[in-house]
Design a protein around this ligand. Structure first.
Ligand SMILES: [Zn+2]
Length: 75
C-alpha cells in the first residue's frame, strides 16, 4: 500500500482508521473536522474518496451557493 498524499491545503497526517462518511474501516484517513458538543468533541476522519467528494462539494457551494452565508447572531 502506498501512502496517500493528503490535500496540499491540510497538514493532517494520513493514518489508518474508519471513515465517518462511508463507514469503511481500516482505510487511510485524515482528520477533516470535529463534532463539538457541550461535553466535548468527536474527531471526524474521512478516506480519500470522501475527502475528494467533500472538497468538490465545498467548491460547488462556493460557486453556486444555495443560500447566502448567515453570520451568527450577536444578540
Ligand atoms: Zn469514506
Amino acid at each position: 500500500m502506498t501512502a496517500w498524499d493528503a490535500p496540499a491545503d491540510t497538514n493532517a497526517p494520513v493514518q489508518l482508521g474508519d471513515c465517518f462518511r462511508c463507514d469503511r474501516g481500516g482505510v487511510q484517513v485524515i482528520r477533516v473536522g470535529e463534532l463539538v458538543g457541550p461535553y466535548g468533541e468527536t474527531p471526524l476522519y474521512a478516506c480519500r474518496c470522501c475527502v475528494e467528494r467533500l472538497v468538490a462539494m465545498g467548491h460547488h457551494t462556493q460557486e453556486t451557493p444555495v443560500r447566502p452565508y448567515v453570520g451568527a447572531s450577536t444578540w
